[in-house]
Design a protein around this ligand. Structure first.
Ligand code: SAM
Length: 191
């Protein structure tokens, strides 16, 4: 299914970040939270690599994106071809990412945790990728079509593994390129 979605995926304002205002909003949301350049970031379920390339291009971060859709990864590699430092992409299952444990400063995932067969087990694996002091960055939602994870449930899932859970609702339409009437949020966890 995701291979079929890939071709038009970036047409949604928050997917392709083609509108500079929407792109700036995501940059201003994520870059200050992630901090100084050179952070090692795993972008799990990276899709067409929009956030991976944003973080590499504007934050000078070292990003490894993982997605199980070969077509998404093909487009991500195309998008990142001229980015320095160039993100690396792998076709793999994000529920068991084949990445070295305890080796990332940031594990980031947008709109993927909800689709994991067991979100709590996936989260445990994702957290194991973090080096000491590493940060988990989740962007999730409970969308009007019924899919997704409620913010309170997601915070509870993270809280089962981590002491720090910071929830921020992303109600501002600037992130989505228009009004929304569902629940969209960011969770940061630093410890
Ligand atoms: C809604 S898209 C989000 C893409 C990207 N994170 C973004 O925000 O632009 C969900 C992505 O997760 C990927 N995905 C879903 N389940 C996956 C899994 N088990 N392993 C790897 N990727 C997965 C899909 O292929 C798709 O690219």
């Amino acid at each position: 299914m995701w291979d079929r979605e890939a071709e038009t995926f970036d047409e949604a304002p928050d997917h392709g970040l083609r509108d500079p205002v929407v792109r700036r909003a995501w940059a201003d949301l994520l870059l200050p939270a992630i901090g100084s350049p050179g952070r090692r970031i795993a972008d799990l379920g990276c899709g067409t690599g929009t956030l991976s390339t944003l973080l590499a291009a504007e934050g000078q971060h070292l990003v490894h994106g993982v997605d199980f859709s070969p077509e998404m990864i093909r487009l991500a590699r195309e998008k990142a071809a001229n980015i320095t430092p160039r993100p690396v992409f792998s076709v793999a299952d994000a529920s068991e990412p084949p990445l070295p444990l305890a080796s990332f400063d940031v594990v980031l995932s947008r709109h993927v945790l909800w689709a994991m067969p067991d979100p709590s087990v996936a989260l445990q694996r994702w957290i194991e990728l973090l080096a000491p002091g590493g940060m988990l960055v989740l962007i999730e939602g409970k969308w009007s079509n019924g899919a997704g994870l409620e913010a309170a449930r997601c915070a509870q899932l993270v809280g089962a593994h981590r002491a720090d859970v910071q929830l921020q609702m992303l109600d501002d339409e600037v992130y989505w390129g228009g009004r929304t009437n569902d629940e969209r949020y960011l969770i940061l966890s630093t410890s």
